[in-house]
Design a protein around this ligand. Structure first.
Ligand code: ADP
Length: 250
């Protein structure tokens, strides 16, 4: 689904990503690991259109998407999760979900004025969709809770839920497991597996927890110094001497 070829991103005189080449297969849950500073987040941000690359290409299903802005990629089904922004913390979980899809009639004053029935119908449709997502993620008990009052793990579930409000093809997850307790980590893992198996989502995820990666990801790609160091199953990666060296070197 994704082909990254010789991608680089320079900040000043420093290459955070330096000739990264990798593929993400349709239907996979690909793990991205590597020591701190390896360039994982920068790679995500370049693929997801947050940063323009210094060089190289990114293809999505055979289409060159290099350097396209996030909202264009969003409409092509390529999403990156973001932490729930401060301004959304005073909205409920359901409202947060209903905010996601763009181009709603309700956003246009003209339509709200002249086509109130259309706006109401769209809002009902959105609410139904949000409730489906809430049910899928088993967070009904916090549906009317303000997002700011959620635990760290529940916020991560909400981040995942936001990707379900649109027809995502591939979702980039940046450390959804970080700082989350075991129980919620399992819930998040279950949700990712179900989205992959039942909805056909492809995932690429940066993660540090090796157990979590082992449960979900195949293949696992290890980055170091801005490039891909190794790719394989979690067991192959754990046994790879270059990978061990890269981790020990930090
Ligand atoms: P990782 O996610 O693997 O920890 P990052 O992509 O966050 O790695 O960072 C890779 C390197 O690029 C680090 O040395 C970091 O300091 C540097 N870097 C990341 N973003 C910027 C930026 N906006 N400006 C300057 N340097 C950056």
């Amino acid at each position: 689904m994704i082909k990254v070829d010789n991608l680089s991103k320079r900040f000043g005189g420093f290459y955070a990503v330096n000739g990264a080449t990798l593929n993400i297969a349709t239907g996979s849950i690909t793990g991205l690991i590597g020591p701190n500073g390896a360039g994982k987040t920068t790679l995500f941000n370049v693929i997801a259109g947050v940063h323009a690359p210094t060089g190289g290409t990114v293809m999505l299903d055979g289409e060159d998407i290099t350097g396209l802005p996030p909202h264009t990629l969003f409409h092509k089904g390529l999403l990156r999760t973001f932490q729930i922004a401060h301004e959304f913390s005073t909205m409920t979980v359901r409202e947060n979900l209903m905010m996601v899809p763009g181009d709603q009639a309700g956003e246009r004053l003209w339509d709200a004025w002249f086509k109130p029935n259309l706006v109401r119908a769209e809002e009902l449709e959105l609410r139904k969709k949000a409730d489906e997502v809430i049910e899928f993620l088993e967070i009904s008990h916090v549906a009317d809770e303000l997002a700011g009052n959620l635990s760290g793990g529940q916020k991560k579930l909400l981040e995942l839920g936001r990707t379900m409000m649109v027809d995502a093809k591939i979702v980039f997850l940046d450390e959804v497991g970080a700082g989350v307790n075991r129980t919620l980590l399992n819930t998040i893992g279950d949700a990712i597996l179900r989205l992959n198996q039942e909805r056909g989502y492809t995932f690429c995820m940066i993660e540090h927890d090796m157990n979590f990666i082992g449960r979900l990801c195949d293949p696992v790609i290890c980055m170091a110094e801005g490039a891909v160091l190794a790719e394989g199953t979690i067991d192959e990666i754990k046994a790879n001497e270059h990978v061990i060296e890269a981790y020990l070197g930090t």
